[in-house]
Design a protein around this ligand. Structure first.
Ligand SMILES: Cc1cc2nc3c(=O)[nH]c(=O)nc-3n(C[C@H](O)[C@H](O)[C@H](O)COP(=O)(O)OP(=O)(O)OC[C@H]3O[C@@H](n4cnc5c(N)ncnc54)[C@H](O)[C@@H]3O)c2cc1C
Length: 496
């Protein structure tokens, strides 16, 4: 039968074939194997938007090196609470991936590699900040083994490219933790999908665009799916998950659920520099995060990263932020204007009014010449050679704008799970900390939206997949140690 006008049924339809939908699909199939699941993807393959290896930085975000997670309080002390949250969220990913490796579903060599995480700062004020940050973090069991140095020679041992050609009198400081990871989220998405395809009751459809969704009178949702210019079909689903990245907001708006009201999106694009020259790449083995410029969004902190993609080592530098009205890298320039509704116009305008430093920063980034971009790289790697580097376009992030009583509208940099009152439709908005915490996001979503099933049936299986589930790693040093030892062994990571 031609797919045109066909009507099919599914228990759960997941829109988008990125890391979020594939992670959730694996969770659901492990928890309830008989479920009939379909993933619908508008592009011809999986992980071609933010989850693709070159569209994100591949950092296994454990808040080891990202300075935006450890703000300085007014009294000068360092607040590590947010860093600790992100740190133990990544432990959930490590455990879930280890569970899948042990059952032969995915292979660690394809997607995860040990790469030390470093922070690097220049100037005496920043030295003082990093020193205090190190003292606060290394005193906690979650950051045991984090090293600190202001010594040029020591830092050169950790990352020679950072120090060669640098003024020996320049005040610098760095921290390093050797248990960090580089993760190819695109390869992981593909591995998860390959595993899912082996299971009964699962199907993925590429080059099919979900263009509409409506509540069904008896419960559940009716999705309109288009393929090519003429093909269209309908899927009736009990549950819908909008794991559509930047495409989630427009679909959420189409659902008409009251919970979607007031949300808007603020797109931030990005550009990288990358280098594949063997002699350079072999001399750097770290993800080195610097400090954000004034007014910059937290995810635009420059970093010089080792990447391992399809067995080859690379260096990646950036991202340089920019502005485009597209919500997806392969999206339309009309995405932003088409998302404006009477209910989100005020929040959008308020964010425009209240975030002048951010706008100024983005305009500055867009107007930056390539020479300026190379200068930013030279701050990290003084002897870099321009001809070793090429530019590449990163994925698109859509930051959340939401209604806020005090300011009318507020820009947020986290991830938001928005769902209908009956949890029959769930959408994921926002982008940070991102793919690293996909597992925590899904567990959090199951706890919130499927509490009854979770408590009634799923907890034992969840504990099999994530042995620390139900315990707080932030307060349980012995369990943290055990979980990290075990997952490091399975995933081939280093322990401190
Ligand atoms: C520059 C940059 C750097 C980043 N660095 C990191 C990092 O170092 N570490 C980290 O953990 N995270 C990072 N992230 C975040 C991370 O990439 C994202 O959080 C994650 O990939 C989001 O996954 P997703 O599955 O929700 O979205 P995506 O991977 O974007 O997938 C969404 C899919 O939905 C499809 N889709 C959209 N609309 C429709 C529709 N109507 N019908 C059918 N299909 C549709 C899209 O084509 C796409 O394939 C970064 C992101 C960016 C942009």
């Amino acid at each position: 039968m031609s797919e045109s006008n066909a009507v099919t049924d599914a228990d759960v339809v997941l829109v988008g074939a990125g890391i979020m939908s594939t992670t959730l699909a694996v969770f659901l199939k492990e928890l309830q194997p008989h479920l009939k699941l379909e993933i619908i993807e508008r592009l011809p393959g999986e992980a071609q938007e933010s989850s693709g290896a070159w569209n994100n930085a591949g950092t296994g975000h454990a808040a080891n090196c990202e300075l935006n997670y450890t703000p300085q309080r007014a009294d000068g002390s360092i607040d590590i609470a947010k860093a600790l949250e992100v740190n133990v969220e990544f432990d959930m990913s490590r455990q879930f991936w280890s569970y899948l490796v042990k059952k032969g579903a995915i292979s660690p060599d394809n997607f995860i590699h040990p790469v030390p995480h470093m922070s690097f700062v220049i100037g005496t004020d920043r030295q003082a900040f990093l020193k205090k940050r190190h003292a606060a973090m290394s005193a906690h069991h979650c950051y045991r083994g984090m090293e600190y140095s202001e010594d040029h020679k020591k830092i050169a041992e950790w990352a020679p490219l950072l120090m060669e050609g640098r003024d020996p009198n320049q005040p610098v400081a760095a921290t390093r933790i050797v248990s960090g990871a580089d993760v190819n989220y695109g390869a992981l998405t593909s591995d998860l999908l390959t595993y899912l395809k082996r299971l009964d009751g699962f199907a993925v459809h590429f080059s099919q665009n979900v263009t509409g969704l409506k509540r069904r009178p008896g419960g559940g949702w009716r999705l309109k799916v288009r393929s090519g210019l003429l093909g269209s079909r309908t899927i009736n689903a009990k549950y819908v998950f909008l794991g559509a990245g930047g495409g989630a907001l427009p679909l959420l708006q189409k659902s008409g659920i009251p919970e979607a009201k007031g949300f808007a999106g603020f797109p931030v694009s990005g550009i990288w520099l990358r280098c594949g020259k063997h002699e350079v790449v072999e001399r750097h083995s770290a993800k080195v995060y610097g400090m954000a410029a004034q007014g910059s969004p937290p995810m635009s902190v420059p970093h010089l990263d080792t990447r391992i993609i399809d067995g080859k080592r690379w260096l990646l530098f950036g991202p340089y932020a920019g502005f485009s009205t597209k919500f997806l890298k392969h999206g339309s320039l009309f995405d932003l204007p088409m998302s404006v509704r009477p209910d989100n116009l005020l929040p959008l305008l308020a964010v425009g009014r209240d975030n002048f430093p951010l706008e100024e920063y983005l305009v500055g980034q867009v107007l930056q010449s390539n020479n300026h971009r190379f200068k930013a790289l030279r701050d990290f790697y003084p002897t870099m050679n321009k001809s070793d580097w090429e530019f590449d376009v990163a994925g698109q992030r859509v930051q959340i704008i939401r209604k806020d009583q005090a300011h009318t509208g507020k820009l947020e940099f986290g991830t938001e799970i928005v769902h209908s009152a009956d949890s029959s439709i769930v959408a994921l908005l926002g982008a940070s900390p991102g793919a690293s915490t996909a597992v925590w996001i899904m567990v959090h979503m199951l706890e919130n939206c499927f509490h009854e099933q979770l408590v009634g049936h799923w907890v034992p299986k969840l504990k099999e997949m994530i042995p620390s589930y139900g315990h707080d790693l932030k307060t349980d040093a012995a369990l943290t140690e055990r979980v990290r030892q075990e997952t490091a062994e399975v995933l081939g990571l280093h322990t401190v």
